[in-house]
Ligand binder design. Structure first.
Ligand code: UDP
Length: 314
């Protein structure tokens, strides 16, 4: 029997490659599309021999052509770490806006259901805590994070417009900080930075006093939440993340303990507009998807650490 086909943009990235794994496992034919500006073929090398996996090297900000049927589209292409979108501000704006428009058009043409990757950044530096989906956010449009935050906010608006005006089946996931194997070592995010510094015996670079908080979700939990959302009938945005919150300073100390490192902490200026607190309210995901994370941080950090050990220590 012919397999149903799924397009995953950003398919060579951290989340896109894990989603490709999952959809192949679920029996789909997967087309991963990526322009490889932040993604890497290393993340999907193990999938290349599969007859049910194809890779298209393409920038989705340009017209997207995919021959044949598509059942689902998952739009995960975008630079996603603060230093990446500072380096590539225009590409970040384009992939969230023009890229999203192209993929919504493709979904309409193929009668495919589309799920777009939104973010906790739509809440900006949030004034309510934890963040519920009905909070509209506190975003500085012209600050350094504006290129990502506003592109994703536009993405949500455009997605909703295709849903209401064209009747396209759309899903919006608001992803909170996620970690796991295949994160890029040098992407500047706190987890790869701290783990590589701890493994090399360097000081861990804490920004500000480290009193800002984040809540970290293991990638397998996130993929499960996304999979359930795609198959659900919920067109409104849904937070998917782990509500276990920690300060960045405590997180640094946790990484030092876990890696048995002799590293100490060094303190650096807090980047502009760095959110002071972040924790998802996942009541909606629990209710609508029957989903909540299974991995405690200590459990998810083990396979992540193994991955980074190979990268750092060879
Ligand atoms: N951070 C840090 N040291 C680093 C990198 C990041 O203290 O080397 C802090 C950063 O200021 C932020 C938090 O860790 O408060 C999470 O940063 P990340 O870039 O991982 O993602 P964000 O949640 O800010 O998008």
């Amino acid at each position: 029997m012919k397999k149903e086909r799924v397009l995953i943009t950003g398919g060579a990235g951290f989340l896109g490659s894990h989603l490709s794994d999952r959809f192949l496992k679920e029996g789909y034919h997967v087309i991963a599309m990526d322009n490889l500006i932040t993604g890497s073929l290393d993340n999907i090398e193990h999938l290349m021999p599969s007859p049910d996996f194809e890779f298209y090297h393409h920038d989705v900000s340009k017209f997207v052509h995919v021959p044949g049927d598509l059942k689902y589209i998952l739009h995960f292409a975008s630079p996603a770490s603060p230093i990446d979108y500072l380096k590539m501000p225009i590409q970040t704006l384009k992939v969230g806006s023009l890229g999203t428009h192209n993929l919504l058009g493709l979904a309409l043409a193929k009668k495919a259901r589309i799920l777009v990757a939104s973010t906790s950044e739509v809440y900006g530096d949030p004034l309510i805590h934890p963040q519920t989906e009905d909070y509209w956010g506190n975003v500085n449009p012209v600050g350094p994070r504006g290129v990502y935050d506003e592109a994703k906010r536009f993405q949500e608006a455009m997605t909703m417009a295709y849903h209401t005006y064209h009747g396209v089946e759309t899903r919006i996931v608001r992803i909170f900080n996620t970690y796991g194997p295949r994160m890029r070592l040098e992407d500047g995010r706190v987890l790869p930075a701290f783990i590589s510094q701890a493994l090399r015996g360097e000081e861990l670079s804490v920004f500000g006093e480290g009193s800002q908080t984040r809540s970290f979700c293991y990638v397998d939990d996130l993929v499960e939440g996304i999979y359930r959302l795609l198959l659900s009938d919920c067109a409104d945005p849904v937070n998917v993340g782990n509500p276990e919150e920690i300060t960045i300073r405590e997180f640094a100390e946790e990484i030092i303990r876990l890696t048995d490192s002799k590293s100490t902490l060094s303190f650096h200026p807090l980047p502009k507009d760095d959110p002071k607190q972040r924790r998802p309210d996942i009541s909606k995901a629990k209710e609508v998807l029957g989903w909540e994370p299974k991995y405690k941080r200590a459990e998810g950090l083990l396979p992540t650490l193994e991955y980074f050990k190979k990268k750092v220590l060879g």
